[in-house]
Design a protein around this ligand. Structure first.
Ligand code: MN
Length: 241
């Protein structure tokens, strides 16, 4: 039996049907072998509200709910693309919503799970926008609009974010090491797992005189689903194809 599997940044959408198929197969054939599945944000390319039933959302919700019903516990935290995931989504999928950041036990080691965008503190414009987008005010005003209006606004915001990113030096969007250590120290963990940057890597460093580790999960591509497995005696990176 596998204790847990961890994934992030699938960016599922109607335009990425191969990745959707890969994820559905992953839930059925692979995640079902584990006791817990952790989704560390950006499961969806965009989420405009739990009432959106555009394809392929219904199929994904059903597959997640089938997995939960079969006995695998599902946990997720919101990413910067799907931060509007709400309670209705959780009820339908059987997924428990985690705080960003959340401490869990993996192979006996206390581990901090995050999406990762909170760690990119060198990008001041992004962090400022993030505060507004996560506010109750924005959430309320946005969700009050029609689905069509929301879809259009979301498309505009994605275009703006692409324009903003294209003007930034590459390293600005990566994590800030001091911020990483602050989050780990504040949570009493020497191991951190996150996604968001699409820079899969294991970073070993020392913090407060002890060995520390930051594992970055990779994003999913059409035929390539990176995931981390907790066997109970350690973590192992795998690729689902
Ligand atoms: Mn992200």
């Amino acid at each position: 039996m596998i204790n847990a599997m961890l994934i992030a940044d699938l960016h599922l959408s109607g335009e990425r049907s191969a990745t959707v198929e890969l994820f559905l197969r992953f839930l059925k054939d692979e995640a079902s072998r584990g006791q817990r599945l952790y989704i560390l944000g950006d499961l969806f390319e965009v989420w405009i509200g739990d009432d959106d039933r555009t394809d392929p959302i219904p199929e994904i919700l059903t597959a997640m709910s089938d997995l939960a019903a079969s006995g695998t516990e599902l946990f997720m935290l919101r990413g910067n693309r799907d931060f509007l995931i709400g309670e209705e989504f959780c009820r339908e999928t059987g997924c428990a919503l985690m705080q960003d950041a959340a401490v869990v036990n993996l192979s006996g080691q206390s581990t901090l799970l995050m999406h990762g965008d909170l760690l990119a503190t060198d990008d001041l414009d992004y962090q400022r926008d993030r505060v507004y987008l996560r506010s109750d005010e924005f959430r309320r005003d946005f969700l009050r609009k029609s689905l069509e209006e929301r879809a259009n606004l979301a498309a505009d915001m994605r275009q703006q974010s692409r324009d903003a990113q294209s003007n930034l030096p590459d390293n600005i969007m990566d994590v800030n090491q001091e911020t990483v250590e602050q989050y780990m120290r504040d949570n009493g963990t020497w191991q951190l797992i996150h996604g968001h940057t699409h820079r899969p890597e294991t970073h070993d460093f020392r913090m407060d005189g002890r060995p520390a580790k930051r594992i970055v999960l990779g994003d999913w591509k059409e035929s390539r689903g990176p995931y981390l497995v907790d066997h109970g005696n350690g973590l192992e990176g795998n690729i689902f194809r």
